[in-house]
Write a protein that binds this ligand. Structure first.
Ligand SMILES: O=P(O)(O)O[C@H]1O[C@H](CO)[C@@H](O)[C@H]1O
Ligand SMILES: [Mn+2]
Ligand SMILES: [Mn+2]
Length: 415
């Protein structure tokens, strides 16, 4: 298993958003509702709940993930956290290990950038105050750029609740609704027709540099339509994210003349840098169709980088154990279809960016180690390769080594 085998081979890096496996050595320094993340274990605890019969909505019994468990999921959970996850007890047959993050944020950009070879060297800026969250200068800047006399919101809120409560006032005054969350984000909701979609996007684009200077990770446009009592968000969400501070695996692959494919949120997470082809979809099922199609169609030497967000957005933050279990079981089945389409010389790695333990207190991400599962396909299948405890950056280095890129970045290849 050397870089040679990768010259014509392809690489597929697949992030299951928030599918952590516990054991982060610095979990005590991260919090949910004031409680330390110590002991959080997203997949491990879901497996425990399933086996105890406490995740029976839309599914039943012990957690079934035969594809990823055969690669080494259960073994990776034991390695990362010491937990023997019920139902995940296969003897590993693939590349398996657990990765530990060093970046100081437990968020999506920090996790993805570090997996892509760029640990985040700064602390993100969070707007921590639940109300009057934004400094007066910033609120004034937003109003000035919007051409309004003020802004609405200026608080922490779930996006659907805030358009419910302030949507009518927004239509009356024309002022943009600005809100934030536990993440390093500045979000603006505005009516797509009455405020104008282009105007909302332009507003976000113009204020983004100032927010990025403050180390706020993302400015997010949140357009909605409808009338009071019946507002709904549209799919025209746009993220204006800080660009990674150094070359990522996408940049390195692109610089070496390799085709790069991004699936789902990867485009936004990397500020659209290093990406030749962006494949988006309305849900994870559509994204999986892209991944499986690219297993057939991606060219020799190409890199495909995918993010599956629904584990996090639909189930982790909502602390929905059965929903998360259903999503994992669905994903595992389709991961098997994907793997069956790979060719000799291809590398596939399944991993995650952070945890979001649905059995835990609070609604925020949890600091955890993440699984590293997959392998290089040969005519005899996937070979056993226990890689042990690695760093997130080693994932990027391994992908770079497999693709035969001249520069592997700061990590060490485990291939
Ligand atoms: O509640 P909504 O508007 O969906 O916002 C969520 O989406 C943001 C970015 O993913 C998160 O920080 C969270 O605030
Ligand atoms: Mn994430
Ligand atoms: Mn999240």
């Amino acid at each position: 298993m050397t870089a040679d085998s990768g010259l014509a081979g392809r690489a597929f890096l697949i992030v299951m958003d928030s599918a952590g496996i516990g054991g982060a050595p610095d979990a005590a320094r991260f919090f949910n509702d004031g409680m330390p993340d110590t002991g959080a274990n997203t997949i491990g605890h879901i497996a425990v709940e399933c086996a105890a019969g406490r995740a029976e909505t839309g599914r039943s019994g012990p957690l079934r993930m035969p594809t990823l468990d055969a690669l080494g999921l259960g073994a990776a959970i034991r390695l990362a956290s010491g937990l023997a996850a019920p139902g995940l007890d296969a003897t590993p047959q693939g590349l398996w290990g657990a990765a530990t993050e060093v970046s100081r944020g437990k968020d999506t950009p920090s996790g993805h950038w570090e997996l892509a070879g760029v640990p985040v060297p700064w602390d993100w800026h969070y707007f921590r105050a639940p109300v009057n969250s934004f400094p007066p200068d910033l609120a004034a800047l937003v109003a000035r750029v919007a051409g309004t006399e003020g802004i609405l919101g200026n608080c922490h809120a779930p996006g659907t609740a805030i358009i419910e409560s302030l949507g009518a006032e927004h239509l009356r005054t024309g002022w943009p609704i600005c809100y934030t969350s536990a993440d390093s984000v500045f979000q603006i909701a505005a009516h797509e027709e009455r405020f104008g979609l282009d105007r909302l996007l332009q507003l976000c684009r113009e204020i983004a540099p100032e927010l990025h200077r403050m180390r706020v990770g993302r400015v997010i446009a949140r357009p909605f339509v409808g009338e009071p009592g019946h507002f709904i968000r549209t799919p025209n969400r746009r993220d204006f994210a800080i660009a990674p501070p150094a070359a990522t695996i996408l940049d390195r692959a692109q610089a070496a003349g390799r085709a790069t494919h991004a699936i789902g949120k990867i485009g936004d997470i990397f500020s659209h840098r290093g990406i030749d082809h962006l494949h988006k979809g309305k849900d994870d099922a559509a994204l999986m169709d892209h991944l499986i199609r690219l297993a057939d169609e991606a060219g020799p030497g190409s890199l495909t980088f995918a993010n599956f967000v629904e584990f996090d957005s639909l189930y982790g933050h909502r602390r929905d154990v059965a929903g998360y279990a259903r999503a994992l079981e669905w994903f595992d089945g389709r991961a098997g279809e994907f793997m069956a389409r790979l060719r000799p010389g291809d590398l596939a790695i399944f991993t995650a960016d952070h945890g979001n333990d649905p059995t835990f207190t609070g609604t925020d991400h949890t600091r955890e180690r993440v699984p590293v599962l997959g392998g290089i396909v040969s005519s005899a299948g996937i070979g056993l390769n226990p890689v042990g405890q690695v760093g997130y950056v080693d994932v990027a280095a391994s992908v770079a080594a497999h693709l035969g890129l001249p520069d592997q970045g700061p990590g060490r290849s485990f291939l």
